[in-house]
Design a protein around this ligand. Structure first.
Ligand SMILES: Nc1nc2c(ncn2[C@@H]2O[C@H](COP(=O)(O)OP(=O)(O)OP(=O)(O)O)[C@@H](O)[C@H]2O)c(=O)[nH]1
Ligand SMILES: [Mg+2]
Length: 325
C-alpha cells in the first residue's frame, strides 16, 4: 500500500544531501531518467484521497547522496485536476532543492508552458532537453545556448533511453543546488496589460503580508491570484491581511477582464502560451534538407507556413483537372 507523500518526502529530505524533483509533460522521459538514475528501493507514495502516485528513490552521484522524486506527467501545474495538483503539491510540500524539468525537444512550444509556470513560481530549475535523438531525426535544430540564456536556467541535451547527457545533467543540478544564487532569474515578461497588474499586486502583497503560503515570492502569489487559482485564493484568504489582498486582486481582475473580454485566468494562460511559442520560434528551426523524402512531404503539408502556399498552388491544378474531365 502506498505511504503518505508528506511523510515520504520529509523522510527522504532528511536522509540525503540534495533532493531533485523530475517534472514535465506526459511521455517526455521522466521515468526513463528516474530509472536510469536510481536503482532499487523505490517508494511509492500518494496524498490522502488522491489516486495519482509519486515515486521516490535515492541515488549516489560522486560524493553526494541524492533523493529523486518522479512526479506525474502533466501539461501544466495547478489546482484544476488531480494530477496537476499532485505534481504541484509534490514540489511545494517536498521542497526539493531544484526541479529537473524534462522537456520534449520535438515539442518545445507546448513543453515550455510548464517551464514558464515554474519560473513564475521562482523555483530553481535545470532543464533536460530530452528526446534529442528524435528531434535530430525530425530535422529540428535547437540553439541550446540561447534557450538557456532566454530562460536564465541551464539546459542540458539528453537521450534518456541511451543514458546520454544524464551525468552532465546531474553534475549541473548539483552545481545549481550547491549554489542557488548562481541560478540567474530571467527577465521574461508577459504583455504590459498583464505585467502591470502583476507588479501592482506584488507590491500590495509585499506591503501587507510578512509570510506567504509555502514561502513563495510576492510575484508568484500575485500571478496565482490573478490566475484565480482556487487553492491559493483560499490560502491567502486565511492570512491576517488576506481579505484586503483578495479585494485588491478582484479589482485588478476586473480591469483585465474588461480590457480583454475574457477571464483573467484565461488571459494569463494565453499570454504564457504566447510567450512559450515566441521562445520556441526564436531558438529552433527545422532543416528540411536533413529529412528523408516522406518526412519532408509531411512537414511541408503540415507546416503553417508552407501548407497554405501548397494549398493555393493546388487549387488551380485541381480546377484544371476538373475542367479536363
Ligand atoms: N527515442 C527516445 N525515446 C525516449 C527517450 N526518453 C524516453 N523515451 C521513450 O518515451 C516513452 C515515454 O518515456 P517515459 O520515461 O515513460 O516518460 P514519462 O515522462 O515518465 O511518461 P509519463 O509518466 O506517462 O508522463 C518510452 O517509450 C521511452 O522509452 C529519448 O530520449 N529518446
Ligand atoms: Mg513516468
Amino acid at each position: 500500500m502506498p505511504i503518505s507523500c508528506h511523510s515520504a518526502l520529509n523522510k527522504i529530505k532528511g536522509e540525503v544531501d540534495f533532493s531533485f524533483a523530475l517534472a514535465g509533460n506526459p511521455n517526455v522521459g521522466k521515468s526513463s531518467i528516474f530509472n536510469s538514475l536510481t536503482g532499487m528501493g523505490v517508494v511509492t507514495a500518494n496524498y490522502p484521497g488522491k489516486t495519482v502516485e509519486i515515486n521516490i528513490a535515492s541515488t549516489v552521484f560522486g560524493s553526494y547522496h541524492i533523493g529523486i522524486i518522479d512526479l506525474p506527467g502533466t501539461y501544466a501545474i495547478g489546482a484544476i485536476s488531480e494530477d496537476q495538483w499532485v505534481a504541484r503539491q509534490g514540489i511545494l510540500d517536498g521542497k526539493p532543492d531544484l526541479i529537473l524539468v524534462i522537456v520534449d525537444a520535438t515539442n518545445l512550444s507546448r513543453n515550455l508552458y510548464m517551464v514558464l509556470q515554474f519560473l513564475d513560481l521562482k523555483l530553481p530549475l535545470v532543464i533536460a532537453l530530452n528526446l534529442m535523438d528524435q528531434a535530430k531525426k525530425q530535422g529540428i535544430h535547437i540553439n541550446i545556448e540561447n534557450l538557456s540564456k532566454l530562460l536564465g536556467v541551464p539546459v542540458i541535451p539528453t537521450v534518456a533511453t541511451q543514458g546520454i547527457g544524464l551525468d552532465e545533467l546531474m553534475r549541473t543540478a548539483i552545481e545549481v543546488a550547491e549554489n542557488k544564487s548562481s541560478c540567474t532569474l530571467p527577465s521574461l515578461m508577459y504583455g504590459k496589460d498583464i505585467e502591470e497588474p502583476i507588479s501592482n499586486l506584488s507590491s500590495f502583497i509585499e506591503n501587507k503580508a510578512q509570510k506567504l503560503p509555502y514561502n513563495l515570492s510576492a510575484r508568484a502569489i500575485a500571478i496565482l491570484l490573478l490566475e484565480q487559482d482556487s487553492e491559493f485564493t483560499k490560502l491567502v484568504g486565511k492570512l491576517p491581511q488576506g481579505k484586503e489582498i483578495l479585494e485588491e486582486t478582484n479589482k485588478l481582475i476586473e480591469i483585465i477582464e474588461k480590457k480583454h473580454n475574457e477571464t483573467s485566468s484565461l488571459r494569463i494562460t494565453r499570454e504564457r502560451h504566447g510567450l512559450a511559442g515566441e521562445i520556441a520560434a526564436e531558438i529552433q528551426r527545422v532543416e528540411f534538407e536533413d529529412l528523408p523524402f516522406s518526412e519532408k512531404i509531411w512537414h511541408y503539408t503540415t507546416s503553417p507556413i508552407t501548407s497554405g502556399v501548397l494549398m493555393q498552388g493546388l487549387t488551380p491544378l485541381c480546377r484544371l483537372e476538373f475542367l479536363m474531365f
